[in-house]
Design a binder for this molecule. Sequence first.
Ligand code: TXA
Ligand code: MG
Length: 346
Amino acid sequence: METKVWIVDNLKDLSLSYPQIAQAAAKLRENEVVAFPTETVYGLGANAKSDLAVGKIYEAKGRPSDNPLIVHIATKEQLHEIAAEVPVYVEKLIDVLWPGPITFVLPKKPGLSDRVTAGLDTVAVRMPDHPLALAIIKETDLPIAAPSANLSGKPSPTRAAHVYDDLNGRIAGIMDGGATGVGVESTVLDCTQQIPVILRPGGVTQEQLESLIGKVKMDQALIEEGHTPKSPGMKYTHYAPKAPLMIVEGSLTFFQKTIDAARREGKKVGVLATKEKAESYQADTVLVCGSREDMQTVAAGLYDVLREFDAAEVDCIYSESFSNKGVGQAVMNRLLKAAGQQVVKE
Ligand code: TXA
Ligand code: MG
């Protein structure tokens, strides 16, 4: 299949008359799959009402069929066409946080392809905060199922080039709208109970949610080992670069000793560093991922840097560790998954 690439570089003045948007929307209406940017990561979209179209997402990504998809919408009315019940606290959150990086898991209404929800009786819904995503969804006049537009297991794409590397030839098109902003995926919030539960930490933090609606729980599986995650996608290894990654907790001296030990074994060592510490490491490849003073910059650069290590062909990667505060919670969640939970402690 030939993958068409559309480029839209003037995001300020987006009217639906952009031919690229109309073309991408037409492909979606023909039940083809098309990648487009959101504020978090690039998504791989398909008509959420069509088994055929949704099937193509699973096929292109090599995604396990028991891992349900997030339905992306452009208007609040669409939410009520998809969800059977919307609790008052969700209405409150939507008023402040949508469009934005938060996904609500709600009881579903009939009408969507069963493959979207992987047989569950709930559906995950979000309104992305990106002019291109919103314009494309509006133009299709459909709910659009969209997982991250990477091959299953790889880091999520934060640039169109990442999508191209993973999916060229496997999908109908890629809408290139430049680098995404948030860098980690949306927060997935289970809203089927009295007290909402974070199933996947993401762009909206637990602190933000609690300041708006009071108590919000974390899925037990995110806190301690031995619990099955409530979000099917969270049980899979993810985000992994080719070389094994380990998180290092301890002083700079300990970090350097860890690097030196690997280099003595003849390994080419990569370091995932922040701006503040990057100069301190002696390794083969040191890649800078944001600043410790602004965790949002670390989130924004994370997947890009993980993919860059593949190009650098290192044999192992050591990463700095971060606190779980704010968006740091999502960053550490993704890093730990990329590392297969391996942490080297002083
Ligand atoms: O930021 C994002 O959320 C991006 C962009 C493209 O919108 N999308 C994304 O989709 O990250 P994906 O498919 O990579 O991750 C969706 C997560 C998975 O962990 C999946 O298991 C979970 O949401 N999920 C989807 N439907 C669910 C449901 N009904 N109940 C529980 N978890 C669900
Ligand atoms: Mg994903």
